[in-house]
Design a binder for this molecule. Sequence first.
Ligand code: HPA
Length: 234
Amino acid sequence: MTVHIGAKPGDIAETVLLPGDPYRAKWAAEKFLDDVTLVNEVRGMLGFTGTWNGNRVTIHGSGMGMPSLSIYANELIRDYDVQTLIRVGSCGGMQDHVQIRDVILAMTASSVSTPSRGIFKEFQFAPCADWSLLQAAVKAAGQKSTGVHVGGIYSSDVFYDERPDLNEQMERHGILGVEMEAAELYNLAARYGRRALAILTVSDHLKTGEALPSEDRERSFGDMIEIALEAAFP
Ligand code: HPA
């Protein structure tokens, strides 16, 4: 048990999928895993362990934003020795060629700040995905009917953004989408020598104002979970 995770040692698999929403963790575990057990419910942050094609996997909520994700990723890595962490979440599209429902595989994650800023100080670390996971996810995503993009994303500290000028610079520099967790996940994976990847569905678009209808969210989320599982266990 840790401060925020009630699981016993051994309850958590070496591979963890991290949706932001704990109810998404429940939905995905029930839909995709066999022999599912609830391993955490502290503060309502649900985590489930089961098997996929015989492989043990945990699906655990991360909460929204880098400070929340940082708590769970730190404890999963340091206390439960998790080796592979895959964020499965949503993002806002930032380029014309990126469309609602498309999947983005985040090769890098830029940010204004992350919880690791305190240790990096003046150093501008470049958080990036694990190559083996990214490569396997590209292959898995290629077999789905959704559009797939591989490239840089932006991890923001705010959902209600007041800096249109900054978004303009992101767009100019080819950033595909904005979300709120990946950069710190990549920082922590680098620090502890673990594998990490963020797989994101475009749920809304900053340029067009479009948003994914709620009935489509489940299907898109399911595609992402399949890509994550196939990438983790190729
Ligand atoms: N901004 C930040 N995070 C997000 C967004 C967004 O537009 N959409 C989904 N996650």
